[in-house]
Design a protein around this ligand. Structure first.
Ligand code: AMP
Length: 497
């Protein structure tokens, strides 16, 4: 299928073409015609599937008849509202709207909290057709009557599950009350809990279900690894892994904001470039941290689950769970940050004995045990491991990754001392550095790609991507809760009405 067959205006097609997209992703192929047919939609999809363009392109198309070059604010009432849980996601969605709508005279406003409200009021007063907002700040605008939503004809709730997790339900209810009753509703969510179904049943009209697996399922591209490690040794292990594997861009997850800050500080003290992103940081601090991480200025970004939502980095090679999440769904969300856009990724979890129960429920969801890696010897430690474990660690280490400069020097020094001792014993001249350089080990990671044997099915050759299926509006409550997570993990959609 091509974008040209989707009945989009030439201005939109031109912008899409400039992005270099050759064909719609499965969710786009399903969502765009359905939205253009003015259907309400419930989409089970997370970031990475192309869902933003899936709703942005038809949204723009439906607004084409209202596009106006008039300078009068009255000619630009708010006609479409997109709600997102976080400021980062709001900014990304708004950027997409601007990108795909660049050849149309439609105006957009981005409204989120943590920044001065006055410039936002000014932009709304100038007239905007599309508003992308976080619920809290939009509510502020409604309360001070700086926005009029009475002409909204289209509502999008993006990452609705996160909005509920973050306690936005009361805000959403109040926002819904400010919208005209007749409108088109789109809801996207990575998981479909009872609460989401209740929310959807409350405001959607006979929604069409669209379910799609990630464009590049974690099953295909992400290697999962676990280190069982006492909590007190996690920091040393993390610093070791970053150096030993020469990691250049790592998203590290903590459960609590204060732990994220503390860890980032510790890593900086270790001489690594690290920063933290979480809800207690100001918007400008968050944007700066994200920017520095994306551009490679900072290698390690320590994040909490909520703050990491919507972070879209196409080739993020490593995700490290410094603390394992306490729900398996969060694990799926976290690993969804790597293995994107055809690039392989490693998801590494440092699991202390106290966290083993969480790991068990994650493995239950994945339907397999995650590979355990032997603990490497950490700095300042005497190797007290039994010989077999020590050998296994050495084998894994040797074949797992090229050694860092520091490790090469350390090994070369150990070897020099050992050989000097041996030479002394044998009456030979001691080894001189440079005599026979120790070759750097260049073996690639040997870990087999993670294989979800069930329920994942490899995509067929001709599709490359997981299929998406539009099913007619079966009531969401009939769907078992695990389905959507299965889809996230790469399972093909087999929706039956
Ligand atoms: P999303 O799921 O909306 O967060 O999109 C994930 C990534 O896919 C973004 O980096 C988009 O630029 C990219 N993308 C969206 N649509 C397409 C497409 N049709 N072909 C290739 N890449 C796409």
């Amino acid at each position: 299928m091509s974008f040209a067959s989707l009945n989009l205006a030439p201005e939109i097609l031109r912008a899409v073409h400039e992005q270099g997209y050759s064909e719609p992703t499965p969710i786009q192929a399903q969502a765009i015609p359905a939205v253009l047919n003015r259907l309400d939609i419930m989409g089970c999809a997370q970031t990475g599937t192309g869902k933003t363009a899936g709703f942005t392109l038809p949204l723009l198309q439906l607004l084409v008849p209202f596009a106006s070059s008039s300078t009068s604010p009255a000619k630009h009432p708010v006609r479409a509202l997109v709600l997102t849980p976080t400021r980062e996601l709001a900014a990304q969605v708004e950027e997409s709207v601007r990108t795909y709508g660049k050849y149309l005279p439609l105006r957009t406003a981005l409204l989120y909290g943590g920044v001065d409200i006055k410039p936002q009021i000014k932009s709304i007063q100038g007239g905007v057709e599309i508003v992308v907002a976080t619920p809290g700040r939009l509510l502020d605008h409604l309360e001070q009557k700086s926005i009029n939503l009475s002409q909204v004809q289209m509502l999008v709730l993006d990452e609705a599950d996160r909005m509920l997790d973050m306690g936005f339900m009361p805000a959403i209810t109040r926002i819904l009350a400010a919208l005209p009753p007749i409108r088109q509703n789109l809801l996207f969510s990575a998981t479909f809990s009872e609460d989401i179904k209740k929310l959807a049943n409350g405001f959607m009209r006979n929604p069409t279900m669209i379910e799609v697996a990630r464009r590049n399922a974690p099953a295909e591209l992400v290697t999962h690894q676990v280190y069982e490690v006492p909590a007190l040794k996690k920091h040393a292990l993390l610093a070791h892994l970053v150096k030993a594997r020469d990691m250049q861009q790592v998203l590290i997850f903590c459960r609590m904001k204060r732990d994220a800050d503390k860890l980032a500080r510790q890593l900086v003290r270790d001489g690594l470039s690290a920063t933290a992103i979480h809800g207690d940081r100001s918007q400008s601090e968050r944007s700066l941290a994200l920017d520095e991480f994306k551009t490679g200025k900072v290698k390690l970004l320590v994040a909490t689950d909520v703050a990491a939502r919507g972070i879209d980095i196409d080739q993020l090679p490593f995700v490290i769970n410094y603390e394992i999440p306490n729900t398996p769904e969060d694990y799926v969300h976290r690993i969804g940050r790597t293995g994107r856009a055809g690039s392989p990724g490693d998801a590494i979890s440092l699991v202390s004995p106290e966290e083993m129960d969480y790991l068990t429920s994650i493995e239950k969801l994945l339907k397999r045990q995650i590979t355990r890696l032997p603990l490497p010897l950490l700095g300042g430690e005497r190797d007290t491991r039994p010989p077999r474990e020590r050998d296994a660690a050495a084998r894994t280490r040797t074949s797992a990754a090229p050694l860092s400069e520091e490790e090469r020097r350390e090994r070369s020094e150990q070897r020099r001392v050992r050989e000097a001792k041996e030479s002394a014993r044998a009456g030979r001249a001691p080894y001189q550095a440079g005599d026979s350089p120790v070759p750097p080990l260049k073996a690639p990671f040997p870990y087999p790609h993670f294989d979800f044997s069930k329920p994942y099915e490899a995509p067929s050759k001709d599709t490359q991507v997981e299929s998406a299926v539009v099913a007619s509006a079966s009531p969401p409550s009939h769907r078992p809760q695990t389905r959507s997570v299965g889809a996230l993990l790469g399972r093909k959609k087999i929706d039956k009405p």
